[in-house]
Design a protein around this ligand. Structure first.
Ligand code: ADP
Length: 450
């Protein structure tokens, strides 16, 4: 600002000197014009120096600004200062980008950036190893052209990335990859791919082990239970001191048998892929069958059982599995509701889902237990559960069955008041009297590696 005032003063002085000289010589106008022309010439000269310096001053040539004074000195210094700041900022950013690239190259996971058109934008070194991407050939190629698995295309376009996708590696069926996508920016995607071959192998070994052990235990338990039943049936021939232990042994053998049966069910749900050929299940008929099969249980505890379901509701899925899931929930409702309780089984259609709910006015569950209920062997109260003949595997089975049907289990409960277990299934699985065609065209998710 100081230099700006000096510059104005300088201009006024020049003009005053020119005016005085002009008056003395009797050529005022000419003198003023010459003074102005000189002033403009000096400024043009400075402007030219600035232009030359700026054109010479490229990213590689950082020459100092030309020496100058007054307002022009300020302009040269100011530009020089801004240039230096910008150079420092871009060096800092370059350093960060280099570090990000180096660290992403050192990662074993593939990171791939995909633009809003679904084309590859950038990827790290691991992507070339895991997915065989080649730079620059594959840049701007559509990701679904490079990863041609239909399950991947389905996952990519669905845009609901809460779950990961596990499929075989393109061109190498021995390896299993896990895909996870996150949306960011203007509909761009960051895709993370991991090689989980080893993990998958261990998981398969675990499933096989549980399946095999349960299978092997089946026969010995049946034999033990058979003998124990025979002994209990002829209790009067037994020494009285052995009568109670025998009853307990038979009860525990029955529990063991139930556990083995449920473990085998879980093992087959985990290992067997859902077949493409699915049943068309009339829900009202299925509910009625469950009612008939559990009549004795309801009568024993004097429960009132109510069904509400549209006769036209038809569900596409595995009938045996849906029977098992819903009856498991109804049995639980009956078990965990004191005598004279009320249990309802309903099916309702909303905009996006089919909701099959089992509601009871039983003991209810404290909120802290709810997130863990579907874990294997998790029980709210193990002594009560053992009394009711529970295995702690029922809800894990329900959860598995629903996920095989692209659904989920929702649990609402209030301690002391009752519970509501809802099977939420996609509407695409439901057909009513008016839309008979839709459900069989269901994407078979179970084909992905589970
Ligand atoms: P269990 O064989 O022990 O019943 P589940 O997996 O079916 O095993 O259920 C897990 C736990 O959830 C049960 O032990 C019980 O404590 C609780 N539970 C399940 N259903 C109900 C219900 N309708 N009301 C209250 N508690 C329930």
């Amino acid at each position: 600002m100081r230099n700006w005032h000096s510059e104005l003063k300088r201009l006024l002085l020049v003009m005053a000197a020119a005016a005085v000289t002009g008056l003395v010589l009797g050529e005022l106008t000419l003198a003023l014009l010459i003074a102005l022309a000189l002033y403009v010439a000096v400024n043009l000269f400075q402007l030219r120096r600035l232009h030359l310096w700026l054109t010479r001053n490229t990213a590689d040539d950082h020459s100092d600004p030309p020496e100058s004074f007054g307002i022009w000195g300020d302009i040269f210094d100011g530009i020089y200062r801004l240039q230096n700041q910008e150079r420092k900022a871009s060096a800092y950013l370059e350093n960060i980008i280099n570090k990000a690239q180096e660290s992403s190259a050192a990662l074993e996971m593939a990171f791939i950036m995909i633009n809003k058109k679904g084309n590859l934008d950038w990827w790290n070194l691991a992507s070339e190893k895991l997915l065989g991407l080649q730079y620059p050939k594959d840049r701007n190629q559509s990701v679904t052209n490079l990863i041609r698995d239909p399950l991947f295309a389905d996952y990519f376009h669905r845009e609901n990335y809460t779950q990961t996708l596990k499929i075989k590696a393109p061109g190498d069926s021995q390896r299993v990859l896990e895909f996870q996508i996150a949306l960011f920016g203007e509909h761009e995607r960051l895709m993370i791919v991991r090689d989980i071959t080893q993990l998958h192998r261990l998981e398969s070994m675990r499933k096989d082990f549980v399946g095999n052990v349960s299978h092997e235990l089946g026969t010995p338990i049946t034999v033990i239970k058979g003998y124990l039943e025979a002994i209990v049936d002829n209790m009067d021939e037994l020494n009285p001191k052995w009568q109670n232990p025998m009853r307990q042994m038979r009860q525990q053998a029955m529990r063991m048998e139930n556990i083995v049966r449920d473990l085998l069910t879980l093992a087959s749900l985990e290992t067997e892929a859902m077949s493409r050929q699915q049943d068309r299940i009339n829900l009202a008929g299925l509910f009625q069958e469950i009612d008939n099969d559990l009549q004795q249980m309801f009568e024993e505890k004097s429960h009132k059982f109510e069904i509400e379901c549209d006769d036209s509701f038809e569900l596409t899925g595995k009938r045996s599995e849906m029977y098992s899931a819903i009856s498991n929930l109804v049995v639980n409702a009956a078990k965990y509701t004191p005598a004279h309780g009320k249990i309802q089984l309903t099916a309702k259609k909303t905009k996006k889902s089919l909701l099959i709910a089992v509601t009871d006015n039983g003991v209810g569950i404290e909120a802290k237990h709810i997130p863990r209920l579907t874990e294997r062997f998790y029980r709210v109260d193990s002594s009560r559960s053992a009394d009711t003949g529970g295995t702690g595997l029922g809800l894990a089975i329900v959860k598995h069955i629903l996920s095989r049907h692209n659904g989920e289990l929702l649990i609402d409960s209030e301690f002391g008041k009752g519970s509501k277990f809802t099977c939420k299934l996609p509407l695409s699985r439901l057909s009513t009297g008016t839309n008979k065609t839709a459900p069989l065209a269901i994407a078979n998710e179970a084909a992905s590696i589970s």
